[in-house]
Design a protein around this ligand. Structure first.
Ligand SMILES: *Cc1c(COP(=O)(O)O)cnc(C)c1O
Length: 466
């Protein structure tokens, strides 16, 4: 399979090179040149498969010319064996014809494990084969950092440097990163905010001379196509469990960078009968404003009780725009140029209407988030994390057809975000068994200034590849 850039000017790449690339050289994002499409008979034949077996069926066409089937099978088996629930992504019913899919049974208790556990293994396999080394430099305001560290901790060929803003991530989130000890793991606490960390990642990608050509710089945020690919699987798992291909299914997705919900859009284009996708945002509602009014306009960042969705722009949105513009890379380059200059974007009415056939959206603020946690607990004694609560509320607001099963993706375990749970008047949940001693574990991190020279000197002195 070939992958092409959303801006039309970068060379087409195969899976291996896309896995190891960040942004395309023209500033765009890579997407498959054409998607595999499964027939209703094929999908019907997958009923009853384990999660890992289903993942093999769905992921194979994306990687087939880069990774032999037996190696891929082993990698996928290893990946989903680390999840603590045998079903990997169990469905729980919370109302009539309404479900949540629990995506928080991975090592860091958030859905990012689904993609990053796989990504780490795919990277290590590919680097080993090519006899190359990689350095990951990432910035996190919470969930991505720990999931990336957990995903890469056993990678012989990867050194990982994750920056977080000093004293600005929650205690659980920090401990989940800094207590994973290993020669290749480096937590950097930056005296600054998340944007400072992010800016240093961007600068590092723009000028990689500090690596002296001895290692590649790899991106682990959701611009990496492999992450989207891994997330397509659970949409199929939920759909098939609830009657696809014979019945349609709808999803509501707590959304930040538009990665997770974009995977749902891809699942639909691969043949899963999805009749509706609900974009659920917190007060950082740029995507809600696009879906409801065709205004994708940048505004200031708000800190909310659902911090993993606190964004100003959504990096994967460009992938949807590419399709809405008939995959015209030149048009997207122009659109994004304008957006970067003006901070505003409105698309042709007929293209926007096309998006509206599938997507609905809702914005849920902090007060409504707490209200929903309280309400759902009163109804069914089921405790939602704040991100998932936003999804459930949006699902209920936007639902088009009560006879179609509605699935909200539960993106995090409530224990990661106790504050809104307590605000809702409920007892904070206990850490799951494998994390009970989290607060007693040894922590390791380096405090540093917001200084690119200091960062690169640190990487040079600590990376095993340099
Ligand atoms: C990352 C994250 C999200 C947002 O996912 P996107 O792919 O960025 O839209 C939602 N909830 C939780 C708990 C997350 O960690």
């Amino acid at each position: 399979m070939k992958y092409i850039s959303t801006r039309g000017q970068a060379p087409a790449l195969n899976f291996e090179d896309v896995l190891l690339a960040g942004l395309a050289s023209d500033g765009g994002l890579y997407v498959p040149e054409c998607l595999p499409r499964f027939t209703p008979e094929q999908i019907a034949g997958w009923a009853g498969l384990s999660y890992a077996e289903l993942a093999k069926r769905i992921i194979t066409p994306f990687v087939a010319d880069s990774i032999p089937a037996d190696e891929l099978g082993r990698i996928i088996d290893d990946t989903y064996a680390v999840f603590s629930h045998n079903a990997v992504a169990p469905l729980t019913q919370i109302d009539s014809n309404e479900w949540v899919m629990e995506l928080f049974h991975g090592p860091t208790l958030a859905f990012k494990d689904f993609a990053l556990q796989l990504l780490g293994r795919l990277l290590d396999y590919t680097l080993e084969k090519r006899n190359e080394r990689a350095v990951i430099v990432g910035a996190t305001s919470g969930d991505t950092g720990s999931a990336a560290i957990e995903g890469c901790k056993r990678c012989d060929n990867v050194d990982i440097f994750i920056m977080h803003p000093l004293n600005r991530v929650s205690e659980v989130q920090r401990k989940q990163m800094t207590t994973i000890l290993g020669d290749n793991i480096h937590n950097l606490a930056v005296e600054g905010n998340f944007d400072d960390c992010q800016a240093m990642v961007k600068e590092s990608f723009a000028d990689q001379s500090f690596l002296e050509g001895k290692a590649r710089l790899v991106a682990v945020n959701s611009i990496n196509w492999a992450r989207i690919m891994a997330q397509v699987v659970y949409y199929f798992a939920a759909g098939i469990a609830l009657g696809a291909p014979h019945r349609s299914v709808a999803f509501s997705v707590p959304t930040g960078n538009f990665g997770d919900i974009f995977a749902g859009y891809i699942a639909r284009n691969m043949g899963l009968p999805i009749s509706q996708l609900v974009v659920a945002t917190n007060s950082n509602d740029i995507l809600h404003r696009f879906i409801s009014e065709n205004h994708y306009d940048k505004s200031g960042l708000e800190h909310t009780l659902s911090p993993s969705m606190d964004i100003m722009v959504s990096s994967n949105f460009e992938r949807l725009l590419f399709d809405l513009y008939g995959r015209n890379g030149a048009a997207i380059a122009e659109l994004m140029d304008n957006f970067n200059r003006s901070g505003q974007l409105t698309i042709d009415e007929h293209r926007w209407s096309f998006a509206r056939e599938l997507f609905d959206s809702a914005r849920v603020d902090d007060e409504e988030t707490c209200e929903t946690i309280k309400q759902v607990f009163a109804e069914s004694e089921y405790l939602l994390d704040p991100h998932t609560a936003i999804g459930v509320r949006a699902a209920r607001q936007c639902r088009r057809d009560a006879s179609v099963p509605m699935v909200t993706l539960a993106t995090a375990h409530p224990v990661k975000f106790p504050e809104p749970v307590v605000k809702a008047g409920l007892e904070a949940p206990e850490l799951p068994f494998h994390l009970r001693d989290l607060f007693d574990r040894e922590e390791r991190m380096t405090v540093m200034k917001r200084d690119i020279k200091e960062l690169h000197a640190l990487i040079r002195s600590k990376s095993r590849a340099l």
